[in-house]
Ligand binder design. Sequence first.
Ligand code: FEO
Length: 401
Amino acid sequence: MQALEIKKDIFWVGCVDYDHRDFHGYSTSPEGTTYNAYLIKDQKNVLVDTVSPGFGKTMLCRLAKTLDPEKIDYIVCNHMEMDHAGSLAEIVERTKPEKIFVSQTGMKSLAGYYPGNSWPLVPVKSGDSISLGKRQIIFQETRMLHWPDSMVSYIPEEKLLISNDIFGQNIASSVRFVDEYGKQDEYLQRIKEYFYNIVLPYSPMVLKALPILEKLDIEMIAPDHGLIHRGYDEVKFIIDMYRTLAEQKPQKRALIFYDTMWHSTEQMAYAVGSGFEDGNVPVRIMSVKSNHHSAIMTELADCGAVVAGSPTHNNTILPLMAAQLTYMKGLRPLNRIGGAFGSYGWSGESAKYLQDALSEMKMEMPCAPVKCAWRPTKDDLKACHELGKNLAQALSAKCGG
Ligand code: FEO
């Protein structure tokens, strides 16, 4: 177990959690994640961020390879969510820092998690800086990225941005840098997955924050999850990728997600899919039984059209579809067109229910929902095919042909 020097006298002292699988509903399978924390050795020694509960001792052992923990002068808490601050009490107890820097909003969440503490807290705001000796840290609040208390720490002398949640990925690996990872497709997928399952609702804030960060001279971005972005080209790449993901420009690709009871709605899903194909729009069909809700959400990153299908069950939709819709609604995707379908035996509410649910997410709904009784007939499947084809046409028009 070693602390890894990422810049002269700046060390990664975080922890790799290969077994992590559930991050407030987002499946981090198959990789797990990392809780990155960074030690800056200077006239004042600073620990930037800590780690998840249960990992404090591992972090302290790693840190102790390069500095006696009692020689930590300052701790910076960029964000108080437990994956970064859950071991704070243990770390404070061991290091006894002279000061702990948090955003002004972070004072609230810190008081909530650690009521009655008598720690030497110092609230900071955007533009505030602290001198470490040879270096300084300049703080920039990044509210809602990922919580109202979030901020980032910039070390201008090193052209280093410690970015906390933003620009992270849930990757558990024995390498620390993007350029060492060697699995480019997987790396891109993890960024997309992380953005679509955590950052997406705050896309407008991302678009406000990026121009502020782009004014800084940044040669390295060290996030609190996953791999470190090293070199100007990689820094530009990840910032540009964030901009693209946050803009959510419509893409000519469709996602159909559905559940089925006796395979009728499933047949409808495939008929809708063939309509998209005939309309020259690539499509991905995902059963909610076979795919985790966060995998379906990630797929949405590449899809401008979203179509939902469920049979009617107890006058409403099947429960896995309800869970998927709740998850999707909370993540607030923008600029999509939607469609709905479903089979029924008796009352037949599901297709309209789905249509209304997607409409509530502010999706454009250019076609009426399609429903069919019992087993789909040839005409029912034709109607589903037409739904797919018409949505393909609407999406193509939205994408500019
Ligand atoms: Fe990685 Fe918002 O915590």
